[in-house]
Design a protein around this ligand. Structure first.
Ligand SMILES: [Zn+2]
Ligand SMILES: [Zn+2]
Length: 199
């Protein structure tokens, strides 16, 4: 006897889905199910697998998903999340170094370095362009040298960029800046030492 297919009631669907929740169905079980479906006279094409969704169903699904995304965090929870994120961030790369750089001392140091070098890039010798004060011995690892004029070098923005592209931004030192500045024809054989020794 072949039984005709009768649509499931909402309740039966719910129970079935609850029963299957979190379970994966093995290949043999799937084959059994498929055989059973055929035996029960489930109309061909009822199985949804591999069948493209209709436009209507796609839209319904997308609306449902949008509804889920619209849930927003409250202001309180956002503040809490940002506080947690801030606490997790390593201090050395954020607050501490930013504060140190913003200090009045930093501005004084920068001005002193520029004026010692006559507002001229030590690498390309262009005067009065957009300048950067470079820390000869790396800023992070040498707190005692941060505001030492002898540890500063005036570079234009472009030369400064070239320097850090080549040597990286961590563990910079005097050997690197000497090598960098020595490449220039005008400074050949003299280097950075000559410029800073007479400070
Ligand atoms: Zn630098
Ligand atoms: Zn330059």
């Amino acid at each position: 006897m072949v039984r005709t297919y009768k649509p499931w009631s909402e309740e039966r669907k719910r129970k079935h889905s609850e029963a299957l929740m979190g379970r994966s169905v093995s290949k043999s079980t799937r084959e059994k199910l498929s055989r059973a479906m055929k035996a029960k006279g489930v109309p061909a094409g009822f199985c949804q697998k591999g069948i493209a969704w209709s436009e209507e169903r796609r839209q319904r699904w997308s609306l449902q998903q949008k509804g889920k995304k619209r849930k927003k965090h409250t202001l309180e929870s956002r503040m809490l999340m940002s506080r947690i994120a801030r606490a997790k961030r390593p201090a050395v790369f954020t607050d501490e170094s930013k504060l140190a750089r913003n200090r009045f001392e930093y501005k004084l140091w920068r001005k002193a370095v520029y004026s010692r070098d006559d507002y001229t890039c030590l690498k390309c010798h262009i005067r009065g362009g957009r300048l950067n004060p470079h820390h000869v011995e790396n800023f992070h690892s040498n707190p005692s040298l941060r505001y030492d004029v002898g540890n500063g070098a005036t570079l234009c923005v472009l030369c400064h960029k070239i320097f850090h592209n080549r040597y990286g931004k961590k563990r910079n030192n005097r050997i690197q800046i000497d090598e960098f500045l020595n490449e220039s024809d005008m400074l050949k054989g003299q280097g950075f030492k000559l410029l800073t020794d007479g400070k």
